[in-house]
Design a protein around this ligand. Structure first.
Ligand code: SF4
Length: 412
């Protein structure tokens, strides 16, 4: 694998020591040097941007080798089992949509989608169709029953609205501004800040923090609220004060300020369009980067794997066992059709927030339990299904599960 590095010659460093001409990102070149940890890293005179990219890719290359080893192992196991006839043939993993009751009707929440200029059903996702499966080359091993599991989650998701649907990073700019549809550049910037604040923080808390920052900037005379000019004119200490409730707020305040400076200096104040450029922003890694590319530019170059998606992919054996989300990302990208790369994150994050929680999963309202599709089902809970105590508990969660409870009740 060739190493990709961002090259900035000394001639392209401006008087302030910033690499490249304002608004002109450096040229991407492919290094033909042999792999070695002792590679000489090219730096700009400020010694920051290029160093971050190089360090990221050098680290990533080592990780990629480890990840590929694990995936190869995983695929070998799959192929062996297939040879032994333990993995069902293709026709048996076709989604059995007809088996899912028709009464699983969507309960969509509509919000405006600035990208397509139309209303969007935030808890309705595309199901897997037969042709999606047929398009996967036969040389690629697919996890057992993945499409059936996926489609059942699609059906369940349409019966409740999760925090990610209304307060997730993608939703925040639309929810806190009335004019965002006329200003896509502002949308992209607010999306970046929402994503940067979101790690280790609940959607509800993140929503409140971004909203508060936006209001504060409006009160201070910035017509667009949370915008790059406002952040550039605000000290890190004051940014930190505005985001006090989010996890690691002091670190995030520094990252937000530095990232905004880099956007101003290198990208004309806008979000770049490649993952290589996006990860040059301090505090932004591949998970956030791929989500940003999807939502800001509609580019699906990779899957943004967060803790929920990683946990569920591991549980359903969609990826080899690992504590690294990166392993799940690479494994999913090997077999999951590209048309689902953007949706699989919000689909499963919402499911992980409302039904299959990291602690206290709700197997008694999960149709994967009813269909015998989940290897981790909690049978004790199935025995308590419908009891008054259990129903009271279910209604105490982060959102309204009434429709799902009703539908599952009909199946029991
Ligand atoms: S653990 Fe329970 S809630 Fe989670 S997917 Fe499996 S059956 Fe559903």
């Amino acid at each position: 694998m060739d190493r990709v590095l961002r090259s900035r010659s000394l001639a392209s460093v401006d008087a302030n020591g910033h690499a490249g001409v304002k608004g002109t990102p450096g040229r991407i070149v492919k290094s033909t040097r042999p792999r070695s940890k002792k590679i000489k890293i090219e730096e700009d005179s400020a010694g920051h941007t290029l160093d971050k990219v190089s360090r990221y890719f050098i680290k990533k290359e080592d990780e990629d080798q480890q990840v590929n080893k694990i995936i190869e192992e995983h695929l070998k196991v799959e192929i062996k089992q297939e040879d032994l006839g333990l993995i069902p043939k293709l026709e048996t993993v076709i989604p059995k949509l007809e088996e899912i009751p028709n009464s699983f009707e969507p309960n969509p929440l509509q919000v405006f989608n600035h990208k397509d200029n139309k209303e969007l059903l935030v808890n309705v996702f595309k199901p897997v169709q037969l042709e999606d499966i047929e398009d996967i080359p036969s040389s690629i091993a697919q996890p057992k029953n993945w499409s059936e599991i996926y489609n059942r989650v699609v059906k369940m998701r349409a019966l409740f609205v999760a925090p990610v649907d209304t307060m997730g990073c993608e939703r925040i700019p639309e929810q806190i501004n009335s004019n965002i549809r006329e200003n896509p550049k502002l949308f992209r910037y607010q999306l970046l800040i929402s994503l940067m604040l979101s790690s280790q923080t609940k959607d509800e808390v993140n929503y409140e923090a971004v909203s508060r920052m936006n209001q504060s900037f409006i009160v201070n005379g910035y017509r667009d609220g949370l915008c790059i000019e406002a952040i550039l004119n605000t000290s890190e200490v004051d940014i930190d004060r505005l985001i006090q409730k989010v996890g690691f707020h002091n670190k995030k305040a520094i990252y937000i300020k530095r990232s905004s400076e880099l956007l101003r200096d290198n990208f004309n104040g806008d979000i770049p369009k490649t993952i290589q450029e996006i990860v040059t922003l301090p505090g932004v890694g591949p998970k956030m980067g791929y989500l940003l590319l999807h939502k800001a530019w509609n580019i699906a170059d990779g899957i943004g794997v967060d803790v929920h998606l990683h946990r569920l992919a591991q549980m359903w054996k969609w990826a080899p066992k690992s504590d690294k989300p990166e392993v799940s990302r690479v494994a999913l990208q090997k077999w999951l059709p590209k048309k689902f790369w953007s949706e699989v994150n919000p689909l499963l994050v919402g499911f992980g927030q409302m039904v299959c929680l990291p602690k206290g999963n709700k197997c008694d309202v999960c149709s994967l339990a009813t269909a015998g599709l989940c290897p981790s089902v909690n049978r004790k809970l199935l025995n308590q299904r419908g009891s008054p105590d259990r129903l009271a508990q279910l209604h105490k969660g982060r959102g309204d599960l009434s429709l799902l409870i009703e539908e599952i009740g009909k199946l029991a």
